[in-house]
Structures are given as C-alpha cells and as structure tokens.
Write a protein that binds this ligand. Structure first.
Ligand code: GTP
Length: 598
C-alpha cells in the first residue's frame, strides 16, 4: 500500500472531554460505520468501561477516507486510554502513530490529563492537532480555551478547530486536517521487518491476537516470525486489517496497522511494546518502546469463602491475559487465609480489577488496604522490598525505609488554590511551583509521597474544589521517610491484614481514628471486641465494641412470617461480605477503614 496515503493518529484528551464521541463521529463521517450500525461508543467495548466512561484498553480501527479533492486515504485511529493509571498504555499506543488529535472541552478548558497526555505525545514527536470540542455548549468559551491551548503548544489560536462531536459540527474539518498535517509514515518495504506490538487480546480459540504497527519491512501471511523480547517463534497464520471486524489480508507493509494471529497459546510470549521480526534475515534491533510495567499499588485480595481460592486464581489468570500490567502472587494471611497480593498501576486500575472479579467472575472477595512498595535498607547492609505492610522487618533491623514519590500537577480555578495547598501540605507534599494557565486557572505543582495519594486524595481534591480541580501524577523517585508500621489487634490478636505503614508523625492520630472507625464498622457480637492500635508493642489507641445478643427477629412482633423471613434474608445478605477473623466477624469495609476515615 502506498505509504503517502496512510495516516496513523490517536486522540488524546482529559476524561470526559469527548474522545470517544469524536471517534464515533469520525467512524460515521468516513462511512466505516453507519449510524444504524452504531451502538453508542463502539470503541468502548467492555461493559465496565462503558459504565464508567473510561477507555481502558487501546483499540485500533482502519477508516477509508476520500478527501475533498477526491484523493483516497487510509486513516488508522488508534484509541488510547485517558487516565493516569494507564500512562503506559497511552505511550505504547502513541508509539504507533505519527499524529495526535488533542481534544479539549471548550467549556472546561485544559485539565490535568490534557497536559500529561500532551507531554507524552510531544515526547514521541507526534504532530499535534488541537481541537476544541463541545462548542455547542452555551458555557463554551472557545476563544479563551483556544488561547490557553496555543499558550501551551504554540501556534495560532485561530488555527484551533471548533468541533461539536455531539452535533457533528466541524468533524469534516478534523478529517481534512489529519490528512494535511499528520505526516505519512516512512519505512522501507524491503528492510528487515520491525513491527511494534501496541496491544494484544486473547481469543480462547485462536490464541493471542497481536495488534501491530509495521515500521520497517513487510509482513506476509505465513511468514515465520519471532517476538524479539521473548525470542518466541511462530508462524503468522493470519494477518489482517482492523476494521469493525478483523479483515484478513496477504501482507502488511511499512506504516500499516493490523493484527497477527499465530496460534500463540502462551500470552507471555506476546508482550506489548515488543518488536515482531522475521526468523530469517530479521532485524538486529528492537524498536524502542518495550518496557516492563511496574505496578505501583498493591492490595491483598482474598476469597470470602476460602473454597473459592482456586477460582480466584483462575480469574486473575484470565484477567492478566488482557492486562499485562496486572501482577499477582499467592500470599497467606493469618487473618484472611489464602489469597493473593495483587499489583496495580494505580487506584483506578485496582477498582476496575476488583469490579471485574465481582461482576465477570461472580467472586466474593475481601480486599485489604492498598499500599505502595517500600524499599527497606537493613542494618546488615542488605535491602528488601516490601509490598505487604505485615512483611515489614523488625524495626530494630531497619536502617532506612524509602517510599515512592510522585510529581503531581493539579489544575484548579484560583479560588480553590488555598484549600488544595492545605490538602497537599497535609499529605506531606512539597510545593514546587504554580503556573497560571489563564487568569483564573492555575497549574499547581507538588511532590508527594505516592502512599498519601493512594488513600483518598482524589476524592478530597474533588470535594475541596467542588469537582473543578483535576489531577495527574507521575512517579519520580524513591525517598527516605520516617515510616512505621501501625498494627491493629482484635481481642489481643494482631490482624495482619489491617497493618499499615504510616509516617511517624501521623501514627498516633491515625491509630486513634482507625480504631474509632473500626468500632463503627465491626458489628456487635456475642462478646466484647477490643480494638487496639499499636506501634510495635506499644498500644496507642483502644476502643471496644460492646457485646450484644444478635437476635434480629426479636424486633418482629406477632408471627408475621414473611417479614421475619425478609429480615433473616437481609441478615444473610449482610453476612456475605463478612470474614471470620479468629472469633470476630469483620466486614469487608473494615479492611478498607483507612479509606473512609475523616
Ligand atoms: P473517556 O472515555 O472517559 O476518556 O471520555 P471521553 O473523552 O471519551 O468522553 P466521551 O466521548 O465519553 O464524552 C463525555 C461526555 O461528553 C458524554 O456525555 C458525551 O455525550 C458528551 N459530549 C461529547 N462531545 C460533546 C459535544 O460536542 N457536545 C456536548 N454537548 N457534549 C458532548
């Protein structure tokens, strides 16, 4: 295929600025899909994604396009996820493109993920096409927002396209602009094959379906191929274009985007970011882009019913097939039994996985407080990594504990700056700088310990700013902090799953609040339950849940059987998410108590 007729691009935007809606309009406008065929937002294929309105997995679609001058083009739209947790997925998708449409909501203006995604795109040398979306909204301020975009990326504000993905206004102009501005791919069809894997999915019958962007050389059906990072060898049994359905072809030349199927049964062989080449006369070097993704946030996941352990393992295995960033390892907790320590990219990733376990696999799970990974320098000059607070070595053997720090950007209307600075200060943040984006919007920069934002930072930020502030973060480095392990005991027994790592100066306050919260959350039982928070052997807070005879039917007068049954059922329901810890029944919420503390 003639490379000068190909345009590979992606759409980047802050969440809810209209990326998926614009993608739908482009599919319609190019006739890739008629509106009758169109289900709202076809690109968001997972149920959960649709509900949350977040595009989690990258997808790609090929659109035929005839320009106003009659010339025919092929536009490959590579969809990218917009949330900070998925930065890695964004950058690998960007790697497959030459241009990026930067969508900014004309009413909301530039938000935190607008900037972080923009930087990623600029980092990949992509041609940026700024687009103002939602110009149909009465609250749109296109001139102002266009100005702030060009302040950021340069250029003329009059050049910024005005679009309504809702009504379709301006969508044609977007297509024209793509052809005009996005450079066609370059690549030598005769060079050794280098094709970038930017995504993969797993099909039970056909094995891994690998999505590639050919950079150099030509991939033909039946070719003997090798995945360079893993050295795994297969035959390209089927290759094709990514239309609404997969469309087999005989060859993919440089600049083309498509899929490869090779009966790959072991998904670990097909890593996103890896390079596909030929077994004979293959490329000597991999394309840049391959990186092992490191989970940043960890949490214990345990089946409520210990008989479900193997089902939970099978479910995690399945999820990992399409989510290489997810890691898990079996662990045992004295309190919760057999389960897994699961690693996530961030909080949203964690929520999504938890919900999928519940919804798609029907598993009843108990999750523990999320925590970050700590590096502990020991007095014997060894060091160890701690992903579970209860594994923290004895304080006597610790020389230093290091924790991950992030660089955070908070974009907010000026009136909330004070409150948000207070929040950052409270979360052990270090002020870096602030920049005005417009006269009434500020980009506030802080360095913060990651552990302080995995709790409830985002919710606090939203409530302090009435929903107006947005936030994004990026890992910078590990730094030494004065951290201690805070334990919780129920009737004298330490509950390992409730241990947390906290800053020494916050430990007392935290211990007190945590035990108070647990007192509220743990239901009354047939005996007193003593809740204690402790640093080492030292108890720093204590609360008691008073005993109660748990006879819910006592409330019923007379013999109204149906009402009685209802109550019993309700009680059974309530029990579902309980976990027996020693003699004490502890509800799921208790393991996340820190999250709901004031
Ligand atoms: P994520 O997938 O979560 O990143 O969101 P997105 O950027 O894909 O946003 P999406 O397309 O889901 O749009 C968010 C909301 O804005 C939806 O309710 C859309 O209907 C609405 N929307 C999108 N474009 C327009 C527009 O041009 N005008 C108006 N009024 N609403 C729009």
């Amino acid at each position: 295929m003639d490379q000068s007729r190909i345009r590979n691009f992606c759409i980047i935007a802050h969440i809810d600025h209209g990326k998926s809606t614009l993608a739908d309009r482009l599919l319609e406008a190019t006739g890739t899909l008629t509106s009758r065929e169109m289900q709202a937002q076809v690109l968001d294929s997972m149920d959960l994604e649709r509900e949350r309105g977040i595009t989690i997995k990258s997808h790609a679609i090929r659109m035929p396009y005839t320009a106003p001058d009659g010339e025919k083009y092929v536009l490959n739209l590579i969809d990218t996820p917009g949330h900070v947790d998925f930065t890695y997925e964004v950058s690998r998708a960007l790697n497959a493109c030459e241009g990026a449409i930067l969508v900014v909501d004309a009413a909301q203006g530039i938000e935190a993920q607008t900037i972080s995604n923009l930087y990623l795109a600029i980092g990949q040398d992509l041609e940026i096409i700024p687009v103002l979306n939602k110009v149909d909204l009465p609250s749109a301020q296109p001139e102002l927002v266009a100005q702030s975009i060009t302040d950021l990326i340069g250029g003329d504000p009059d050049d910024v396209l005005h679009v309504s993905a809702k009504t379709g206004v301006g969508v044609d102009k977007v297509l024209e602009r793509i052809v005009e501005r996005v450079p066609p791919p370059t690549g030598d069809p005769k060079a050794p094959l280098q094709a970038l894997i930017f995504d993969s999915t797993f099909d039970t019958y056909r094995g891994s379906v690998v999505y590639v962007r050919v950079k150099e050389g030509t991939l033909r059906k039946g070719d003997a191929i090798e995945f360079m990072a893993t050295h795994a060898r297969y035959n390209a049994e089927e290759i094709g274009h990514l239309k609404l359905k997969m469309a087999p072809v005989q060859e993919l030349g440089p600049g083309e985007v498509g899929y490869v199927i090779g009966s790959v049964k072991d998904v670990a062989d097909t890593r996103v970011g890896d390079t596909v080449t030929h077994q004979r006369r293959g490329a000597s070097e991999q394309l840049p882009g391959y990186r092992d993704v490191k989970p940043m946030v960890f949490s214990g996941i345990y089946p409520t019913d210990s008989n479900d352990f193997e089902d939970l393992r099978a479910a995690l295995e399945k999820l990992q097939l399409n989510d290489a960033a997810l890691t898990y390892e079996p662990e045992t907790s004295a309190a919760l039994g057999f389960g897994f320590r699961v690693g996530f990219l961030g909080m949203l990733h964690m929520e999504v996985v938890q919900e999928r376990l519940d919804r798609e696999f029907g598993l009843d799970i108990v999750t523990t407080m999320p925590n970050v990974r700590y590096t502990v320098e020991l007095t014997d000059d060894n060091h160890t990594e701690v992903e579970n607070p209860s594994d923290m070595p004895d304080p006597g053997s610790i020389k230093e504990i290091r924790e991950p720090y992030v660089k955070a950007e908070i974009i907010t209307p000026t009136e909330y700056v004070g409150a948000l600075m207070g929040l950052c200060q409270d979360r052990r943040g270090t002020y870096v700088t602030q920049e005005y984006l417009t006269t009434d919007r500020v980009n506030l920069k802080y360095e913060l310990p990651l552990a302080e934002i995995v709790f409830d930072f985002y919710d606090k930020l939203k409530s302090l700013s009435r929903g107006y502030a947005s936030f994004d973060y990026e890992f910078i480095e590990e730094r030494a902090s004065k951290l201690v392990k805070l334990d919780v005991m129920l009737n004298g027994d330490t509950v390992d799953a409730l241990s947390t790592i906290v800053h020494r100066e916050k430990a007392y306050d935290m211990g007190r609040k945590l035990s108070q919260k647990l007192r509220e959350l743990i239901p009354r039982q047939l005996f007193d339950v003593a809740i204690q928070a402790a640093l080492g052997n030292k108890v720093i807070a204590r609360e008691t849940v008073k005993a109660l005879r748990k006879d819910v039917t006592a409330k019923c007068y007379g013999g109204d059987i149906s009402r009685k049954r209802k109550l019993l059922e309700k009680q059974k329901e309530g029990k579902k998410r309980m976990k027996q810890v020693g003699a004490v029944e502890v509800p799921q919420e208790a393991f996340l108590a820190v999250l709901s503390m004031e």
